[in-house]
Design a protein around this ligand. Structure first.
Ligand code: ATP
Ligand code: MG
Length: 440
């Protein structure tokens, strides 16, 4: 993409309304624009990041055996009356009437709708287990939308729903998602710690919030520091092996980790003092076993092998890709701007022509652009008629992992400079070797 033909509305001034760094940087980098309280347009650069994050989420959901579908945003109130949640949900639900005066709502979540799909098609234990997910916009009329896309009213969610014949099956489904989440966040360069969360009236230990530690986080969290050094489950984790999967989850739940709602001071104090982390955190994911909470009232039953009809055991699993975009920035930035991890970067390479209009630099940039693109790299070519300083500042602000600087002085020696955004490390390489020096 040539920057002169792109739409990248960068702000020079620091926006006053932004209280935290991710919100500030997303506005300054031209990633989002506020349209109403808690509602944002995703401008081209922001959308690229959101798409990259979604790609990682999809790969890991699919790897664990979940299947993607897509449900509508607008739902019927009647469906929610069946579960009893239409009244219970309160003011966070945006209620709408259509032209026939039918009551509708903008979905804050999809348990009812997915249960309706299940009961229509799934009649036997032979059809289970199933895990269906979608990535769809949600609306929650939050009392205090704030921090940009971190807590907005309209936000994107990946929500998966598992269905099993019994509780043992549901636990395995839960464990698979648990591992998929660990892998997803690790691939995005984040250390997300699963923390025990409240299961409400259902009880049990099958609810975890995935939290990343950040000083601007809204939750107060407590955990054992050893979690920060735990290795990520492997790509070839055998998701169908119940015992192996349980072992991984057991390891990741063996140490203390809880948000303030579930905090147990005595258990926390039992951790050696130098291993205690008491910090603030951002909830980027939440997984939950809810049993027969929806299948019972909505009559989503299946036949068991001996012919009985039993309600399906379900779980739901959410990740907020829009919040995750902001969380990535909270976790990775410096004074100059964003530092994207490779997996989420809107472009992999920023190609900076330090003297636009110079035939040598123009020619070198054109050929680099072509070979990088041919190798599958997303390249943002800064071909503006701007001073080098402005180009450096833009590339740093928008956080592109690799920068290739092409200037007349270097080219006179046949060289270009390559900078790694994350470390600031710069190397001079022969023009012919530049493409090979880039790896993602
Ligand atoms: P919170 O406690 O932060 O309000 P929640 O517990 O209500 O979130 P869930 O219903 O568990 O959220 O939703 C799943 C995921 O969706 C969350 O882990 C988070 O990543 C994301 N999410 C929830 N609410 C918002 C929001 N208002 N803005 C952006 N992302 C959100
Ligand atoms: Mg939650």
């Amino acid at each position: 993409m040539r920057l002169t033909r792109y739409f990248l509305p960068i702000l020079r001034e620091t926006p006053k309304e932004a209280e935290i760094v991710s919100h500030r940087l997303m506005l300054r980098a031209g990633m989002i624009r506020q349209q109403a309280a808690g509602s944002y347009s995703w401008l081209p650069l922001g959308l690229r990041v959101l798409d990259k994050i979604n790609r990682v989420i999809r790969e890991e959901q699919n790897r664990s055996g979940a299947i993607e579908l897509l449900m509508p945003t607008i739902q019927s109130a009647d469906l929610w009356r069946e579960s009893g949640r239409y009244e219970a949900y309160g003011k966070e639900m945006l209620r709408i009437r259509d032209r026939h005066d039918r009551e509708m709502l903008y979905g804050p979540t999809n348990e009812e709708m997915i249960t309706d799909i299940l009961r229509a098609y799934v009649k036997s234990y032979k059809d289970l287990p199933l895990n269906l997910y979608h990535i769809q916009w949600k609306f929650r009329d939050e009392v205090r939308p704030r921090f940009g896309v971190m807590r907005s009213r309209e936000f994107l969610m990946k929500d998966a729903y598992s269905f099993d014949l019994d509780q043992a099956g549901a636990r395995h489904s839960y464990n698979k998602m648990f591992i998929a989440y660990l892998r997803t966040f690790a691939r995005l360069g984040l250390k997300a710690i699963p923390m025990r969360a409240d299961t409400g009236p259902i009880g049990g230990d099958l609810s975890h919030e995935f939290i990343i530690l950040a000083s601007t986080g809204e939750s107060e969290v407590f955990c054992h520091k050893d979690y920060l050094d735990f290795g990520t489950p492997a790509e070839d984790t055998p998701f169908d092996e119940i015992g192996r999967v349980q072992e991984i989850v057991d390891k990741w739940t063996s140490l203390y980790a809880a948000t303030s709602e579930m905090h147990d001071e005595a258990a926390f104090n039992a951790i050696p003092e130098d291993r205690r982390a008491s910090a603030r955190g951002i909830e980027v994911g939440h997984i939950f076993y809810f049993g027969t909470k929806y299948s019972e009232p909505m009559k989503a039953n299946v036949a068991t092998p001996d012919g009985q009809q039993v309600p399906i055991h379900g779980g739901s699993y959410g990740i907020g890709p829009s919040r995750l975009t902001a969380a990535l920035i909270e976790a990775s930035h410096d004074d100059a701007g964003i530092i994207w991890p490779d997996a989420a970067a809107p472009f992999s390479v920023a190609l900076l022509n330090l003297k636009q209009g110079d035939s040598a630099t123009d020619g070198a940039c054109a050929s680099l652009y072509q070979s990088l693109t041919a190798k599958g790299f997303d390249v943002l070519y800064d071909d503006r008629d701007e001073r080098p300083g402005a180009k450096f500042a833009t590339a740093d602000l928008i956080g592109i992992p690799w920068q290739i600087m092409v200037g007349p002085r270097g080219l006179a020696d046949g060289k270009v400079e390559i900078k790694r955004r994350a470390t600031g490390e710069r190397t001079l390489v022969p023009l012919a070797d530049a493409v090979a020096a880039i790896s993602i």
